[in-house]
Ligand binder design. Structure first.
Ligand code: LHQ
Length: 261
């Protein structure tokens, strides 16, 4: 499938979707969110994919909604519709993908562009990256999941300050605050992303997905409910081929070769 605003490539079970409107700092127009939805749908169906990387071309990760598009039409821009039909499905697709998702953040991530990175499971960033909520600079509220992800990552107080101030947060601060998992030198980002993604792709990816479900459920559950949910999910994990392989490799003192089954 040929796309105009994204690139899609596969290497050893790692699918990379690259946002590709570098002149516009990968700002998301209708076409980009439409293409992302399609590419994510294909990714979810493709059993050969064991890890998804979301990357970006040029000097930026994503500057959020394309504001030129948002202000170009004669009719008032329908914000709610744009979110319901464009961004929200993408965020839900990312969140529900059954394989690990890794955002590789090369430069500035602003507005819904930052929300996209936050919707991934893991984030690795160049030391040159910066994070700008941007919404409040133009009188908007955070969207595309940011009001859900941000307080869960940094707590309510910090989330509120970030969204009201719109000040840029450096990669170093983002690392300290737990907004990104790893920071590397700009030249090392591609290799470090590929290495991490390959490692994830070779892991027990069904178990990873079950563990993620448990952790997310645990954010809103009482202990008793959560213990029971763990018991249910462990029942499923314990019947996977990866468990068989993992435990057999342990007994025989060799490295397991997981297949995600
Ligand atoms: C852009 C953009 C952009 C178009 C840079 N659009 N061209 C969702 C759905 C529904 C409705 C509304 O909102 C949302 C969610 C949102 O995402 S709202 C937030 C939208 N994003 C922003 O407000 C960020 C706007 N951009 C910026 O603040 C800066 O450009 C950042 C901080 C991202 C980068 O700053 P610089 O590195 O100094 O770059 P720059 O400002 O010089 O931009 C370079 C070019 O990119 C420039 O074009 P030009 O033709 O002059 O070279 C910008 O116009 C263009 N660009 N962001 N969102």
């Amino acid at each position: 499938m040929a796309y105009e605003t994204i690139l899609v490539s596969d290497v050893e079970g790692v699918r990379t979707i690259t946002l590709n409107r570098p002149k516009e700092l990968n700002a998301a127009d209708h076409r980009l969110t439409r293409e992302l939805r399609k590419a994510l749908k294909e990714t979810a169906r493709d059993k050969t994919v064991r890890c998804l990387v979301l990357a970006a071309a040029g000097r930026a990760f994503c500057a959020g909604q394309d504001l030129k598009e948002a202000t170009a039409g004669e009719e008032p821009f329908d914000f709610s519709r744009r979110l319901r039909e464009g961004y929200n499905p993408v965020i839900l697709q990312l969140q529900s993908l059954a394989v690990p998702t890794l955002a590789s953040i090369n430069g500035v991530a602003a507005g819904a562009g930052w929300s996209l990175a936050l919707a991934c499971d893991l984030r690795i960033a160049s030391s040159r990256a910066r994070f700008v909520s941007a919404f409040s600079s133009i009188g908007l509220i955070p969207d595309s999941g940011m009001t859900w992800t941000l307080p869960r990552l940094v707590g309510y107080a910090r989330a509120l300050e970030i969204t009201w101030s719109s000040d840029a947060i450096s990669a170093e601060t983002a690392l300290q605050w737990g907004l990104i998992h790893r920071m590397v030198e700009p030249d090392a980002l591609c290799d470090a992303t590929a290495q991490w993604a390959l490692r994830l792709a070779r892991g027990p990816t069904r178990g990873y997905a079950l563990a993620k479900r448990a952790l997310i459920a645990g954010l809103d559950a009482d202990l008793e409910t959560q213990l029971e949910y763990e018991a249910v999910l462990q029942g499923i994990a314990g019947q996977t081929r990866d468990y068989e392989k993992g435990v057999s490799a342990f007994i025989h003192k060799r490295q397991p070769e997981f297949t995600g089954e």
